[in-house]
Design a protein around this ligand. Structure first.
Ligand code: SF4
Length: 241
């Protein structure tokens, strides 16, 4: 994507949502870390449902250890991989107490040494809590960056490196929120909402979806959903008889 288009890309996202926020609920740096660990391969909504009562009684590493792994599992059992995640949360809580004075370190390398914390989790915590201009490339960002041509790459790490190069400095802090929200609600995996997308003319995705049926006489097959478009066309023709 041309640099001028990248600027326009983020100008539009910023105009549509000047103050983007993540959707995970948290109280402090520690509860955000726990929420992000729980969110791996789970929706933010499912994590929020579990953490709302959990954080009322365990919002620090000490309180989490006091709660214990068995009871923690009862709170998070609706979340995928909860056994492993609960173990990791107990272990990382102990490490935070023993080595970091119960504080969450503002350092990616240290964060990544904690159980269950990978680069993406560390980047989310650094960005949201410590306001570092990090790019936490999740499945949504990976898809949007590749489809649009903003920062194509075969792995999340490559996309992250590309984003760091191309995103304008003044957009770096919010870029990951804008891209996640765009991927979650507009540029969806199965059926992107290209007809209403504010980035449509900048986006290089070849299989953009189109408005399916506006009226019986204006039916345009969608390259991304040819079978559905053909069905819509047949129905429209029947209505026209
Ligand atoms: S035009 Fe379609 S594919 Fe491109 S960013 Fe928008 S929703 Fe995604």
């Amino acid at each position: 994507m041309k640099p001028a288009d990248v600027v326009e890309f983020f100008d539009r996202l910023a105009a549509a949502n000047p103050d983007p926020r993540g959707e995970l609920q948290f109280i402090n740096a520690y509860t955000l870390l726990v929420a992000v660990v729980l969110s791996a391969q789970a929706t933010d909504a499912s994590v929020n449902r579990a953490t709302e009562p959990l954080f009322k009684i365990a919002d620090t590493p000490t309180k989490m250890l006091k709660l214990g792994e068995k009871k923690l599992k009862e709170y998070v059992r609706t979340i995928g991989l909860y056994n492993t995640k609960a173990k990791n949360i107990i272990r990382l809580s102990q490490i935070l107490i023993d080595q970091y004075g119960s504080e969450v370190p503002a350092d990616r390398d240290i964060l990544q040494t904690l159980p269950g914390v990978g680069r993406k989790t560390a980047n989310v915590v650094l960005n949201i809590v410590f306001r570092h201009p990090t790019m936490a490339v999740d499945t949504h960002i990976f898809r949007v960056c590749n489809r649009t041509g903003l920062a194509p790459g075969s792995t999340p790490d490559k996309v992250e490196q590309k984003l760091e190069k191309v995103v304008p400095e003044d957009r770096k802090l919010n870029a990951h929120h804008w891209l996640i929200l765009h991927g979650r609600y507009i540029c969806k995996a199965r059926k992107p909402d290209c007809p209403v997308c504010i980035l449509r003319d900048l986006c290089r995705y070849k299989a953009k979806t189109m408005a399916e049926v506006d009226d019986a006489n204006m039916v345009t097959p969608s390259p991304a959903r040819p079978r559905q478009a053909r069905t819509a066309l047949r129905r429209a023709r029947r209505r026209g008889k």
